[in-house]
Design a protein around this ligand. Structure first.
Ligand code: FAD
Length: 458
């Protein structure tokens, strides 16, 4: 039996897979989505990894393109900025943007996935749960799926496969067997563990809900994002192994007593908010973080990868999902523009690979900023100058965070301009403790010489 024309088989009905299913159905494609896990709408969401995610403009734009934004935003909580917790002082809010039009949103991964699955199904995509991709014969165009519950298999013909099956992609492994994809994974020597701040006794939030909380501690940090059931998901990022400086690491915190003592010393204000610390610490695994680099994302017109399957990144810019959603819109656009699948997949890869590489690098850079710099006097002065230059040169000097988070210019362009701007900020503030004595004429001249006006993507 031959697969019908304009048919795509998507592997993975997680965040990107489900969104792509909606976008393609709206364009008249016949779509089958295969998902290894069971249906989260029936048996609850067992996504495992981070419970909530920061959604930014790039992701929201993609959701709007699928008419999914309203349904998702019903579950979202506004985060105006970073609430930085240092020592015994009251936490301070560092706004992300100028006002409430420049914010990010915390969304529960399970709610988001369920909204997108419902919309994909309503749009006519066929959803197959408990169907993990097992093997692929690219010559005969047949894929084998395995039901993890009873290990049974079924073989399915396909026209082309789209890999939205995440960082451990089975499709990527199958493609690599027939063509070297030039794969390299850089594991971060830091991992993460999740804990939970429950609601207050009266049902409200225990701390300020409209912020992303950070407890920066130099080589490590905790963050907390709000959930709409009035909880916070806390994530501790910490080295796996103690270094020469003897700093704390997961390998020293194997038992709950050691972990509690560590929190009592370094995160007492966070610990006070986590009554079930012992249960969470013992029950939740330490997650690995890695950046995945691939030289090729597609196999002629037979298979293509997107999202984490193509370019997993560390989570410190909160852009992995946002980037994956942008991928979906881009792939749908190239499929519209090119009748030939191989041409569409190649054009998609050519457009998105430099941008994925750029956000991968910026995500790594941002870890240093979050854990070590947000309470640093140099950093705060540069941030003050960044905002002043934004006012003096609107549309020309656009802060790094705004370019990545509130705009949709290519990530690679945001990275190039960030590098230029960082140089201007560092040179201008070197040796200064306040903005009062800066040489504004020289700084303005440098901005005008080095930065052209910046227009967002319409
Ligand atoms: P996934 O979400 O991983 O979905 C893959 C799907 O494929 C899953 O449903 C899986 O079950 C399924 N699957 C796997 N194998 C198979 C198979 N063999 N057959 C069939 N199906 C299969 N991003 C943000 O934008 N903002 C954030 O704040 C943010 N925070 C993060 C925090 C942490 C700690 C981590 C680890 C990541 C974070 N990310 C964040 C990144 C984000 O989670 C990912 O980039 C995003 O989930 C990628 O979506 P995806 O659909 O490509 O992959």
């Amino acid at each position: 039996m031959n697969a019908p024309a304009r048919h795509l088989t998507i592997i993975g009905a997680g965040l990107a897979g489900a969104l792509l299913g909606i976008l393609l159905r709206r364009r008249g494609w016949d779509v089958d989505l295969y998902e290894k896990r069971g249906d989260p709408r029936v048996q609850g969401y067992g996504g495992g990894r981070s419970i909530n995610l920061a959604l930014a403009e790039r992701g929201r734009h993609a959701l709007r393109a699928a008419d999914a934004d309203d349904a998702v935003m019903r579950h979202a909580i506004m985060m105006r900025g970073r609430m930085v917790h240092v020592g015994d002082t009251e936490p301070v809010l560092q706004r992300y943007g100028r006002d409430d039009d420049e914010v990010i949103w915390s969304v529960h991964r399970g709610d988001l996935n369920i909204v997108l699955l419902d919309l994909a199904e309503a749009a006519g995509a066929r959803l197959h749960f408990d169907a993990g991709l097992d093997s692929v014969n690219f010559d005969s165009r047949r894929a084998v799926f395995r039901d993890p519950r009873d290990r049974s298999t079924r073989e399915v013909p396909f026209q082309a496969l789209v890999g939205a099956d995440g960082a451990g992609s089975a499709l990527r492994a199958a493609m690599h067997r027939v063509h070297d994809l030039g794969q390299r994974s850089d594991f971060l020597d830091h991992g993460y563990k999740e804990l939970e701040i429950p609601p207050r006794g009266d049902g409200g939030f225990r701390i300020e809900p409209n912020a992303l909380h950070i407890w920066p501690r130099g080589h490590y940090m905790c963050i907390a994002l709000p959930n709409d059931e009035k909880t916070f998901t806390v994530t501790l990022f910490l080295p796996h192994q103690a270094g020469a400086d003897g700093g704390p690491a997961f390998d020293q915190l194997g038992d709950v007593d050691a972990a509690r003592a560590f929190f009592e010393r370094d995160f007492p204000s966070a610990l006070a908010l986590i009554p079930d610390f012992d249960r969470d610490w013992a029950g939740n695994p330490v997650g690995q973080l890695a950046t995945l680099y691939l030289e090729r994302w597609h196999l002629d017109g037979r298979a293509v990868l997107l999202g984490d399957a193509a370019h997993a990144m560390v989570p410190f810019h909160g852009q992995g999902m946002n980037c994956a959603f942008e991928d979906c819109v881009a792939l749908a656009g190239h499929l519209d523009a090119n009748a030939d699948l191989a041409t569409a997949f190649a054009a998609f890869e050519a457009e998105r690979k430099p941008d994925a590489a750029a956000i991968q690098r910026m995500a790594l850079d941002n870890y240093l900023e979050m854990r070590d710099r947000v309470d640093d006097a140099d950093y705060l002065l540069q941030r003050e100058l960044e905002l002043a230059l934004q006012d003096r040169h609107p549309g020309r000097f656009v802060p790094h965070y705004a370019m990545v988070t509130f705009m949709r210019i290519p990530y690679s362009l945001a990275m190039r301009r960030t590098d230029v701007q960082r140089g201007i900020l560092e040179r201008a503030t070197a040796g200064h403790a306040s903005l009062a004595a800066l040489d504004w004429n020289a700084i303005d001249a440098e901005v005008l010489a080095q930065l052209t006006p910046l227009e967002d993507v319409p």
